[in-house]
Design a protein around this ligand. Structure first.
Ligand code: F6R
Length: 621
């Protein structure tokens, strides 16, 4: 949430900052700004709205300087306008700060500073920081060496902060220096040729930095045109070898598609192909053995779409591998974790690897489990992510990289498929451990065979479904409410279909287990409320059809997702998928869900890739 960038070196900062911000815009896009230093002066430009407006302002009124910071915002404190946009400055306009995260004790600090005569210009939590740094600079000037001045002033300021944040700070008094610090919000240093960078995420460093250093919590860095110095939380110099950054992977490109989301939906056949090669035909993944060897219970921690993938995984783990499984909202788990049970495998599922609630829930679990390691209980923790070098990757040693490639559209699509597939791998592995040798269950065999066909089926389905959903989208243009129904392993897909529609088209939608309809929600149904029903052959096929009939009897327009057969003729419109094994079906039924939401939003002329109020990486609680 919020993207920060910073650079220093021999090149003009503003164009580099704008390029970095553009690649971080998925993290927030309600306002933006940059500040640079040159000739002992600070130059700051900020605007309400997207980066394009900042670019226009910089064209009219450029800023000079080879050192600068930039920010693209997702508002937490204070509405999205130019005053609340970052960077925030001290009263003398000499210190500038960008922040990602939340300063939790900002009210108290604001009051203290106001009592000292400081006037605030914004409603943000961040603005306390430049004032605190300015105050510390005043206290330290003449007391410490110039090379330590800004760093020690920032140290003195952050000693007073509570919360989770990443900061970048510049000061007109030392125009060739920038200080950055990480405290539970991601921050990376990028090293280029004669140019040094700092950013919230790797895409901003692609093509400008060849190697990166990921800051640990509490670490600070001082960047000058000569290089980067790292300091540990106690202020001691520390060193680490930078890791190579493979540029191409991190550059977003829409190719021939109108939106990133559409491109990413279409990339799902490739995600499946790579998974089949890696997981069905590739060598066994031995590194997971210690955590997967003796599992009595699984708990999954996730938010949003990732939680829907976890629900599909839970169904598989219970029905295929016979392992009791619980799915938790990470935001709930962190304040009410269930009692500890032995042999529990905990899996965090997160595309970004940076979701604050998921990381906090996992940290709590890690601490609880560590306290029991003395009793001989192994630490069974696993992360499933698309970003193995994220904060999640540093928290848990065992990671499954879904390798879906950079996902730029704010609405998750290909990463959802990748997460489900990772959970299929785990369920298959645990199921084979249970039903080993000749007794391998029929379901397990059918599931494996079904998965082998998946890439081809996905590729064909994506071709045909795109146009069908585009045509159907016209009908939804004026719709206010939609109900999504599914049962069993397709119930999470109904939830996901409703979430996708809500977040990008702003149409109210609810996902329900089809059997629950008659216990209340059916009261909403009439000719103006379309019902999208997932009806795939399997244990509950007939039941789902009956539930759909109940909605039809109340005049609902019925949209079915299932194979073409006599039974599915009840639907007013059928979005056909191949007749696959029930346990494989979510990997296909999700495609019409995603395409329908996409086309409805595109038809309504909305900003599909950057829907209002959302951000790709939710790094605040
Ligand atoms: C919806 C969406 C969100 C995320 C959620 C968790 O399209 O993308 O619901 O799934 O914010 O994010 P990650 O997976 O990064 O933890």
């Amino acid at each position: 949430m919020c993207g920060i960038v910073a650079t220093i070196g021999s090149r003009q900062a503003a164009p580099l900052l704008m390029q970095g911000l553009q690649r971080l815009e998925y993290r927030g896009y309600d306002s933006a700004g940059i500040a640079t230093t040159s000739n002992n002066q600070l130059h700051c430009r900020k605007v309400e709205g997207k980066l394009i407006r900042l670019r226009e302002q910089l064209d009219r009124s450029p800023v000079a300087g080879t050192c600068g910071i930039g920010h693209t915002r997702w508002a937490t404190h204070g509405k999205p306008d130019a005053l609340n946009a970052h960077p925030h400055l001290d009263s003398a306009d000499e210190v500038a700060v960008v922040q990602n995260g939340i300063i939790e004790n900002h009210r108290l600090l604001r009051q203290q500073l106001q009592q000292e005569g400081v006037c605030f210009r914004s409603q943000t939590d961040t603005e306390v920081v430049p004032h605190l740094v300015a105050r510390a600079l005043g206290q330290l000037q003449g007391e410490v060496a110039e090379a330590d001045l800004l760093r020690l002033a920032v140290t003195r300021a952050i000693d007073q902060l509570e919360g989770a944040y990443a900061l970048a700070v510049i000061w007109a008094g030392l125009p060739q220096e920038l200080v950055v610090v990480r405290h539970q919000a991601p921050l990376l240093i990028g090293l280029g040729e004669g140019q040094f960078f700092c950013a919230s995420d790797t895409p901003a460093l692609a093509e400008v930095a060849s190697t990166i250093l990921s800051l640990d919590n509490g670490e600070m860095a001082r960047l000058t045109p000569l290089g980067v110095e790292l300091f540990d939380p106690s202020g001691q110099r520390t060193q680490r070898t930078p890791q190579p950054l493979c540029g191409a992977e991190h550059v977003a490109d829409k190719r021939q598609f109108r939106h990133f989301m559409l491109k990413e939906i279409h990339e799902q056949a490739d995600v499946a192909t790579a998974w089949v090669e890696r997981c069905l035909y590739g060598p066994p993944t031995d590194h997971l053995s210690p955590v997967l060897d003796d599992v009595g219970h699984v708990q999954l921690l996730a938010c949003g779409t990732s939680r829907h993938a976890a629900l599909v995984g839970a169904h598989l783990l219970e029905q295929l591998a016979d392992i009791p499984t619980t799915v938790h909202y990470a935001s709930e788990f962190r304040y009410a974790p269930p009692p500890l049970a032995a042999k529990t495998l905990t899996i965090a599922v997160t595309q970004s690897g940076e979701t604050a609630d998921t990381l906090a829930a996992l940290t709590i679990e890690l601490e609880r489990r560590r306290s029991r390691e003395g009793l001989g209980e192994p630490l069974q923790l696993l992360g499933i992510t698309n970003r193995p070098h994220s904060s999640l990757g540093r928290l848990v040693p065992q990671i499954i990289d879904i390798a879906a490639g950079l996902e730029t559209g704010v609405a998750a699509t290909k990463s959802f498929l990748g997460q489900m597939l990772a959970l299929y791998s785990i369920a298959l592995r645990l199921a084979s451990q249970r039903h080993s040798g000749v007794s391998a269950s029929e379901q397990l065999i059918a599931c494996r065979e079904g998965l082998e066909q998946l890439p081809e089926q996905l590729s064909a389905l994506l071709q045909t479904m795109d146009q069908q959903c585009a045509t159907l989208a016209h009908e939804f243009a004026e719709t206010q409410d939609v109900i999504y129904l599914g049962r069993g392993i397709n119930y999470p897909i109904a939830l996901e279909g409703a979430l996708k529609l809500k977040e990008i088209s702003y149409i109210h939608a609810e996902g329900y287990p089809a059997g629950e309809m008659k216990h209340g929600p059916i009261a909403l149904v009439d000719q103006y409320v379309p019902v999208v029903s997932i009806a795939t052959p399997g244990r509950v096929f007939e039941k789902v059809l009956s539930n759909a009939q109940e909605a039809k009897a109340r005049d609902a327009r019925l949209i079915g997702i299932g194979p073409e057969c006599a039974d599915t003729e009840i639907f007013d419109v059928l979005l056909p998928i191949p007749p696959v094994h029930e346990l494989i079906s979510p990997l296909l039924t999700v495609i019409p869900m995603q395409l329908l939401a996409y086309h409805v939003a595109a038809h309504r002329g909305l900003d599909v890739d950057q829907p209002r109020n959302l951000a790709k990486s939710v790094t605040v609680e």
